[in-house]
Structures are given as C-alpha cells and as structure tokens.
Design a protein around this ligand. Structure first.
Ligand SMILES: [Cu+2]
Length: 471
C-alpha cells in the first residue's frame, strides 16, 4: 500500500467515526427533546389532571354470546302507562304466526379474563345499555387489546371504528390482497378466540370542535348485515390526552349515556329462519305483515320505554353518545323532552342520525322529572322507538319503572289533575322559576288533563301521561 493510499484509508476511517459520533449526538438530542415534550405535557396538565395517566394498555375480554332477548320485558307500554294497543301488539305480541318480543340474539358481553368463565357485572347505572356491548374506553396515547371469544353459532369479529388498526386487527374480510394467514381477525370461528390490538393516536381522539371525548362504535363485520342485526354492536369512547379518569372517562363529565337508535330488522338476522319454523303456524317467510312484525323499533334493544330508566342528577354535566345502525329506514331524530343539549356547538333538543353515524351532545339538566326521549319520525314513534330519562334532584332515589308508572291506575281526566295541569301551564315566562316548577313536577308527575288535544300518537293515548309534559 503506498503512502497516499494509507492517508486516504485513514481519512475514510475518520469520516466514518465522525459520522457515527454525529448520529449518536443526533439520537441523544432527539431522545432529550422527547423527554422534554413528555415532561412539559405533564407539567401543563395542572392540578386537575395531576394524576396524569401515561399511555396504558387497556385490556378487555369480550365474548359474543347467544341469548334470548326480550324487547319488552315489562309486557306493557311504559310510555303510555297502559297495555299495548293494537299498533304495538303487531310488534310485541307472540302468537301462532308471530314471534312477539323475544328473539334469539348474539350479543357482546364483558368477562373478567381470557378463561371467559366469569361475566363482568354491569354496574346498575349502566343497565340502560341493554343489548349493547360493554363500553370500551381509552385515552389518546393508549393501546386497546380485546380478547374476543365467539360463542355464537356463526363466525363473528370485532371491527372498530376510529382507532388505529392494521390489517390483522380490522375484523372485516374483503379483498385487500392479503395472504390468508393475515386474516385471522377478520372472521373468528365458533368457540375460537382472537386478540385484537388497536392504537389510539390523536386522530382517534377528539377533534378541534369536540369536547373532551369522542365516540366510535364497534361491531361484527364478517357478514355485516346479519351480524349487526343479530345484535353484535357496542360503543367505544376515546378521551383526550390528559383529560381522563383512570378508567378512561373524561374528567369534566359527571354522567355518560350511550344510546343506539335502530330498527332492528329481525328478518335479517342469523336466527330468524329457525325461529320462524318453530312457530305453531309458521307464516310464509316473505309474508309482509310477518316481516313488519319483526322490525323492532328499539332504543338499546327496548321498545315502548321498556329499558331501565336512564338517570342523572340535576345540574350534572351529562354527555350523551348517540348512534344509529341499520338500513334506509334508520333515519332517526332523537328528541329530548324537558332539557336541551349542545351538539356541534349548537343548542338543540333534537338531533339527526343516519345509519352508522354517531353524535355526541352535552346536557346540563335544569329541569327535574321523568322526560320522554324518543325518535321524532312518526311511524317510529308508533312502533315503539321511545324511552324516558329521569333528572333527579340530589336527594331523590331513581324511580323504578316496573311493573308500571303510577299513572296506570289514575283517571287522567280527574278534576284535581286538571287544576294542577292548568296551574303549571299558566306560568308566564317572566314568572318561570325552575325551582318552583320542579317542586310541583316532583310531587306528582303531571298527567292528562284539559291540555289533552286529540292524541297524536295513538287513539288509546287520551291519557298519555306525557301529554302535559310535552306542552
Ligand atoms: Cu327513528
């Protein structure tokens, strides 16, 4: 090797060393700056979020279980406080050629661990969730894992909206050029288990116009139509970074309610045909009246107010997460009586929902009592898409709704009630004092009375206990 060659080799070695040193310095700078960002995020959080929860892996165990689901367990129309009328009976009354209100369904249910031997007990204040799957909660920055077990008789999956997933964790089979070995999560066979892992980046969390949390849904997507009509649906809630309680709920909200408006088309489930054939006098599968009788206009899987009463306290910061699923008939307009909400920064008491959409609203209830919460589409009203919520004053215990509200036994046109109704409705805007009105309403729920115009809902509704509430 000549002298000049040696000098070149030495210079090359020096260059390599310099480059290595530069890389190390760059890496150290990047790591340090990441640390600073991390630190400043926690420092900015302030006292309210001093328990800032770092990125967590939130683990859920969810099975798809077959159950017999009753859309009307009380056997009465809780909204009118009366027996089912002819219109309602079309949907809820069983007979030789009618299924009635109990259908075979496949539902997501929470378990304590991967052995799937112990079901997670749903807290009493989440009973209203009805046939929805457990609420999956996370904070931006977290990772969600769901161990899914399919106990149903058909292949099922969990397809999440909004969160970050790769192709193995999408839960939806379609032609995407992947090899078969990558499709395990797309379709989980009966009695099989699969672990889904989803990221929760910023784009899965609240946007600039959102509050502290946002909503997504999850549902089975092997055969999306019969899977979802069979019942496999649930909510996901993602809270902004630094704004979550340890369990993932937003720390600036006191009460959360998740609600699904859906005309559950039982004709399109995995189970209908078997149920039809078991009837004493099975109608033809394409019998139009039979098919209509199987369209359950439900809220969280209940019709005519049969779900557990949704409750909240006066003045609480209440967040409603409302979603819809279904077909072209699932154009819903959920409407709250008694209180107003903020949706997308605007004040309203009615929102619009299309199939597969989710809307979040915030309510600070100032008007106690039991209030109607129903779809405003007229034929949906008649078919039972109505429920109620209760705003409690702090000392009140929640009202149980079964076997039926007290108004069932009252004459709605009694003179005493007439005078009370007249008094309440004669309050002029300037005299309106929420506190006073509350006392009257809480004392004795307003019922019927001279305010009753011809009932808009159904002929038997002359004594509809909610008529005066509505005025
Ligand atoms: Cu509707």
């Amino acid at each position: 090797m000549t002298g000049s060659h040696r000098r070149v080799v030495v210079r090359h070695r020096r260059d390599r060393q310099t480059r290595r040193v530069r890389w190390v310095i760059a890496a150290v700078v990047v790591l340090l700056s990441m640390g600073t960002v991390q630190f400043s995020t926690s420092a900015r959080a302030g006292p309210q979020t001093s328990f800032h929860i770092g990125p967590l892996t939130r683990t859920y165990y969810i099975a798809a279980d077959e159950v017999a689901w009753n859309y009307a367990p009380s056997g009465t129309n809780i909204i009118t406080g009366q027996q089912f009328d002819a219109t309602a009976k079309k949907y809820v009354q069983a007979g030789p050629s009618r299924i009635g209100s109990i259908y075979r369904k496949c539902l997501y249910r929470g378990y304590t661990d991967a052995s799937f031997t112990h079901r997670l007990q749903r807290p009493a204040d989440e009973d209203y969730l009805g046939f929805l799957g457990p609420v999956i909660r996370a904070q931006v920055g977290d990772t969600i894992t769901v161990t899914f077990r399919n106990n149903c008789s058909f292949p099922a999956s969990i397809h999440p909206h909004g969160v970050f997933y790769d192709k193995k964790n999408e839960g939806a089979p379609y032609n995407d050029g992947r090899p078969v070995r990558d499709k395990a999560g797309d379709s989980v066979a009966t009695r099989a288990q699969y672990v889904y892992t989803w990221g929760v980046p910023e784009r899965a969390g609240p946007g600039p116009m959102d509050g502290s949390s946002t909503m997504w849904m999850y549902h089975s997507h092997v055969h999306e139509v019969p899977d979802t009509f069979s019942g496999l649906m649930g909510p996901i809630e993602i809270t902004a970074r630094g704004k979550a309680h340890p369990d993932g709920r937003p720390n600036d909200v006191d009460r959360e309610l998740f609600v699904l408006y859906s005309v559950m088309d039982e004709n399109s489930t995995h189970y209908l045909e078997a149920q039809r054939r078991k009837l004493a006098k099975p109608p033809a599968a394409d019998d139009a009246d039979f098919q209509e009788s199987n369209k359950m206009h439900s809220i969280n899987g209940y019709v005519y107010g049969n779900g557990p009463l949704m409750t909240m306290q006066l003045g609480q910061r209440v967040r409603w997460y409302v979603m819809s699923m279904g077909n072209e008939g699932d154009l819903h307009t959920p409407h709250w009586h008694g209180n107003t909400v903020i949706a997308a920064g605007m004040r309203t008491d009615t929102i619009g929902l299309l199939p597969g959409t989710m809307v979040i609203t915030d309510m600070t209830p100032d008007d106690p009592g039991i209030w109607l919460f129903h779809c405003h589409v007229t034929d949906h009203v008649l078919a039972g898409m109505q429920t109620r919520y209760q705003v409690l004053t702090t000392h009140q215990a929640p009202t149980t709704h079964q076997p039926g509200p007290p108004v069932l036994r009252r004459n709605p046109l009694s003179p005493a009630r007439t005078s009370r109704t007249t008094r309440a409705s004669s309050l002029s805007p300037t005299r309106y004092r929420p506190g006073r009105l509350v006392a009257q309403v809480a004392d004795s729920p307003p019922t019927g009375g001279t305010q009753n115009r011809p009932a808009p809902l159904r002929t038997a509704a002359a004594g509809n206990p909610l008529k005066t509430v509505e005025t």
